[in-house]
Design a protein around this ligand. Structure first.
Ligand code: ADP
Length: 652
């Protein structure tokens, strides 16, 4: 009995793309089907080691065959097969994360050009559905060792598929592709040729650990009774040929592996359509031994920082796949690293809980971490531009690394951090910064704001600019927290340009300020009194040159940190507000004059001063209506004063 079913919507779209597109890379269908077969054998093997009910299998194999007359190709494995439910779930619904991501990407980019889309597909790897790029009809016969019956899935790539019960002796899956009709430029018959299939297996699936076999018939020249070849006489011989070398890429000799192979492996394994930025081939032997392939992608996946993102490396032991996304192999701050680890030091039936405790795993993880950091250091030294590209995409994670470890990792991470700064176009390291410091500079200065432009507009920068001190520009939420944990770099403490004392004045300059402070004490006290509920202090500024006022925070919590904490709903942390006034500014003198002549309006001026400073800091003002009213009054006053003075002039 056969049942007709509908594909799920997403699957339909994918099928549609597969079927209706001209496609130059359609040959990847074979790699996808072989890769599924290999995964299925992996699963069987792993289960048979831990589940006594499954018969042990000695001869794992993936068999290919063609029938030139019927124009069909088959791919058969003796892996885990699929139950009835699995068959519907897996092939009736798009299962593969890569395909989902692919469709999502299409959705985002709203690309209507199918030819282009399909080019991307080739690099994504969309699994089973790629069969429809070459086949007009696909038949999947499968049997799970956990079910009595076998099942057959048939689809012609339209909206529906059929599933029926079949007799099948052995566990595993056989896929039959009915090749599409040849078109002018598209000759599907090539996929029936042995040399082509052999070439494709070598190219895409050489490292598959199970033999990919095919019966190959060759024309052999006849020999005479003495064993000499006979001119013009041939006979056919058929033998089973294995096409792949079966050595996993990561088990090969390092110098046999090309960059291209590493890149291809990455794209296939991790569903990427781009080469990785970094690929590392690691082979460690000694107290611990493992082989590993480690990759840093060019771009962060869209969900890297969300909860759905599963970090971790694939874990193999003795070439047998154990699990995807093993978190214990990589610290959280390196979550962007993809790859796999194969070690002979683990037991097969290790559980996830046991892994966490496992000393071998811990040692491997710390070795993997070291390898990655070493590579980053090398890249920073030898390929700075590439390192900057990396840092712009993933640098924030390294800052998290400093913060999350409470500083435990700061020594290995601090030299990998890069910052933009007001004096340089390119990103610089902390070392670059201190190497260029003028002799009299004591601190490493930084400024937090939403962008470099915003930092450049900060009034607090005045005095530092004048002194020709560079200032690091911090734009990530984590930045100040990470610097706080670092504390210092090579003996130089970090100092925010809008926090605490700047410590940049010499004794003479300090004396000038002190003198003004003494002289204007009562005026300053009056300002303080006017703002006493709103700021912790009113001070003469050492950092302002051109601007009249600014707001700074006291030592401890900064305004940026307050904002970040607030965004995480931690509202009981408040930065201390200090209002600084520039004693050399016109406004200071004007207000002093107000204080002397019209002290009643000083309160209004003081409030305006504070609101102005708040606005410049990008902070909300307490009462916008009051602010506006005061501004209004002041403008009326100024305008009528102006009018009066012009009238007076005319009178003269
Ligand atoms: P992916 O392999 O990335 O999950 P596919 O679309 O290629 O995506 O396959 C979907 C699912 O179908 C697989 O995850 C697997 O469970 C099942 N499957 C595909 N091919 C086979 C096979 N040869 N044997 C057993 N299961 C298979």
């Amino acid at each position: 009995m056969s049942e007709k079913k509908e594909f799920k919507t997403e699957s339909k779209r994918l099928l549609d793309l597969m079927i209706h597109s001209i496609y130059t890379n359609r040959e990847i269908f074979l790699r996808e089907l072989i890769s599924n077969a290999s995964d299925a054998i992996d699963k069987y093997h792993y289960l048979s080691l831990t589940d006594e009910k499954l018969p042990k299998e000695e001869n794992y194999q993936i068999n290919l065959s063609v029938d030139n007359k019927k124009r069909i190709m088959t791919i058969e494995d003796n892996g885990i097969g699929m139950t009835y439910e699995e068959l519907n779930d897996n092939l009736g619904t798009i299962a593969k994360s890569g395909s989902k991501e692919f469709l999502k990407k299409l959705e985002e980019e709203k690309k209507k050009d199918d030819a282009k889309n399909i080019e991307i597909i080739g690099q994504f790897g969309v699994g089973f559905y790629s069969a429809f790029m070459v086949a007009k009809k696909v038949v999947v016969e499968t049997k799970s060792p956990y079910q009595e019956k076998g099942y057959c899935f048939t689809s012609e790539g339209t909206d529906t598929y059929e599933v029926e019960e079949i007799k099948k002796e052995n566990h595993g899956t056989k896929i039959t592709l009915y090749l599409r009709d040849n078109q002018e430029e598209d000759n599907y018959d090539t996929f029936l040729e042995v040399w082509k299939i052999r070439e494709l297996v070598k190219k895409y699936s050489d490292y598959i650990r199970y033999p990919i076999q095919m019966f190959v018939t060759e024309q052999i020249q006849d020999k005479d009774s003495e064993g000499k070849p006979v001119e013009g006489k041939y006979h056919e011989e058929t033998k089973l040929e294995t096409f792949n070398s079966m050595i996993p890429l990561w088990k090969k000799n390092k110098n046999e592996v090309t960059q291209e192979q590493l890149n291809d492996f990455f794209k296939q394994k991790f569903d990427s359509y781009e080469d990785p930025l970094v690929s590392l081939f690691v082979n460690v032997e000694g107290l611990i031994s493992y082989n590993s392939l480690l990759y840093i992608p060019k771009k962060a996946p869209y969900n890297l920082y969300s909860e759905q993102y599963e970090r971790g490396l694939q874990l193999y032991t003795k070439g047998i796949f154990i699990m995807d996304h093993c978190k214990d192999l990589i610290p959280d701050y390196l979550r962007f690293v993809r790859g796999l680890v194969d070690t002979s030091d683990l037991s097969l039936n290790i559980s996830r809980e046991m892994l966490q405790q496992d000393h071998q795993i811990k040692k491997i993880a710390s070795s993997v971490e070291k390898k990655i950091l070493q590579e980053l250091e090398r890249m920073k030294k030898e390929e700075y531009e590439k390192y900057c590209e990396f840092f712009k995409e993933f640098g924030i994670n390294l800052k998290y690394g400093v913060y999350e470890s409470f500083g435990a990792k700061k020594d290995s991470l601090k030299d990998l951090l890069l910052y933009s700064s007001i004096q340089e176009e390119k990103l610089i390291s902390l070392k670059d910064y201190i190497e260029k410091m003028p002799k009299d500079q004591e601190f490493i200065y930084y400024a937090s704001n939403k962008s470099k432009e915003a930092v450049e507009a900060m009034p607090q920068l005045d005095a530092l600019k004048k002194k020709n001190y560079n200032v690091l520009v911090l734009t990530d939420d984590i930045d100040e927290f990470a610097l706080d944990i670092l504390g210092e770099y090579e003996g130089k403490k970090f100092k925010s340009i809008n926090q605490g004392d700047l410590n940049i004045l010499n004794d003479e300059e300090k004396k000038v300020i002190q003198d003004i402070k003494d002289e204007k004490k009562s005026f300053l006290d009056a300002l303080k009194e006017a703002l006493k509920d709103k700021v912790a202090e009113v001070k003469l500024s050492e950092r302002l040159v051109d601007s009249p006022v600014c707001l700074v925070s006291g030592d401890g919590l900064s305004f940026e940190m307050e904002k970040v904490l607030k965004s995480q709903n931690q509202t009981n942390f408040k930065a201390q507000k200090i209002l600084e006034i520039n004693p050399n500014h016109e406004l200071f003198k004007a207000l002093d004059h107000v204080y002397q002549t019209d002290s009643n309006s000083l309160n209004d001026y003081a409030s305006l001063l504070l609101d102005q400073a708040l606005l410049m800091e990008g902070m909300p003002i307490e009462n916008p209506v009051d602010f506006s009213n005061r501004m209004c009054q002041l403008m009326i006053k100024a305008a009528s004063g102006e009018k009066k003075s012009t009238e007076e002039k005319i009178d003269e």
